[in-house]
Design a binder for this molecule. Sequence first.
Ligand code: DGP
Length: 114
Amino acid sequence: MPTDCIFCKIIAKEIPSDVVYADEYVTAFRDIQPAAPTHILIVPNKHIASINDLTEADAHLLGKMNFAAKQIAKAEGVDESGYRLIINTGADAGQIVFHIHMHLLAGKKLGRLG
Ligand code: DGP
């Protein structure tokens, strides 16, 4: 684990966060700067900097993240009203933290993409 990765530190419980889900493969916690009433980050427990760094061997982790998202959406009561899942990759997408993370946004009309 890179010593400077904030999400690795959250996964390792070295810094506090509001964790809403955790299993062998993924951890999910509330975004510190929420962009919607429900804003949760779903991350693989393994450090992978971005989708650009994903290997075929680790591709199943994206499935685990999506399945966690489904369960979290239900637990948060937004599965029926709807939610958006976003993975920012690179500068133009606005990726700030280089540990793959999926944003789960919900709780309001989210508008168009882009
Ligand atoms: P992105 O732009 O896709 O890299 O989004 C990174 C998100 O991570 C951003 O919405 C804010 C959030 N974030 C950054 N640092 C922390 C932290 O220490 N704790 C939590 N809970 N969220 C963080």
